[in-house]
Design a protein around this ligand. Structure first.
Ligand SMILES: [Zn+2]
Ligand SMILES: [Zn+2]
Length: 252
């Protein structure tokens, strides 16, 4: 499994793009979340109109979802013909089409590639090109699904937004890498996790590595030295930045 971080920031961070990760596993690829700032970064790396097979949307807040119209516009402009599959919770199709219609009225009729929508149900496994996907609801202000991708050799968890719940803990238990939002230093904002609770998660759920994402921007800058020390003091914790890559296992 290969990961490339396109963005690691929260919604309003002007120094870091919205959280998004490009994942290649087995013979398929995923874009994990597509917020406002993501398409520009994505197309910096992707000049093939048919690249990327699947887009995962954790929830419908703009910093995770509202990059879709631009993603689709650019794929159209590049002449994409290959189907693009969207995976997420109920209403993903309706919301995606509504966002596209608002951004570019009538544009959906021009697309020359099929859009396919797959709904994932918590508690059930969805198999996509030999990968097993499972989802669970986190504790966020809007319904958000954490996602586990299992390629048979490695397990990757991506939280989207929200605090860990019993259900998301079960999903990420023993995984090789968890990408988890950590908005503040300690749990203080309802509906968001923290660096301290992520450290606890990593220990309690026997997670091999945990990458902290979606840090609240003023905390990230004001507490830079504290955060650096926190990461250095706890092996297994990572603080990725844009363009960082991680390889899990020795296969693509
Ligand atoms: Zn967010
Ligand atoms: Zn959110």
């Amino acid at each position: 499994m290969r990961l490339l971080f396109l963005g690691v920031g929260e919604a309003c961070d002007s120094r870091h793009g919205n959280c998004s990760i490009l994942v290649h596993a087995k013979n398929t690829s995923f874009l994990l979340d597509c917020g406002f700032s993501v398409p520009h970064r994505f197309f910096y790396y992707c000049d093939d109109p048919d690249c990327i097979d699947n887009v995962w949307i954790s929830h419908f807040h703009g910093d995770h979802f509202l990059g879709l119209p631009l993603l689709l516009l650019r794929f159209w402009e590049m002449g994409r013909t290959r189907p693009l599959q969207f995976i997420g919770q109920e209403n993903l199709k309706e919301k995606t089409l509504a966002a596209l219609e608002l951004a570019y009225p009538g544009f959906v009729d021009k697309l020359r590639f099929p859009m396919q929508f797959l709904t994932i149900t918590p508690g059930k496994t969805l198999t996509v090109k030999g990968l097993h996907l499972r989802a669970a609801i986190s504790g966020h202000s809007q319904q958000n699904y954490g996602l586990l991708i299992d390629d048979g050799d490695n397990r990757l968890y991506y939280s989207g937004d929200g605090r860990a719940t019993e259900a998301t803990r079960k999903l990420m238990h023993g995984c090789d890498l968890a990408l988890h939002e950590a908005f503040t230093l300690r749990d203080s904002i309802p509906g968001h996790g923290s660096m301290a609770s992520c450290l606890q998660l990593m220990d309690e759920e026997n997670i091999k590595q945990l990458a902290l994402l979606h840090l609240e921007r003023t905390t990230r800058y004001r507490e830079e030295e504290t955060i650096k020390k926190f990461i250095a003091d706890h092996p297994g914790l990572l603080l990725p930045k844009e363009d960082d890559r991680i390889v899990l296992g020795d296969t693509a």
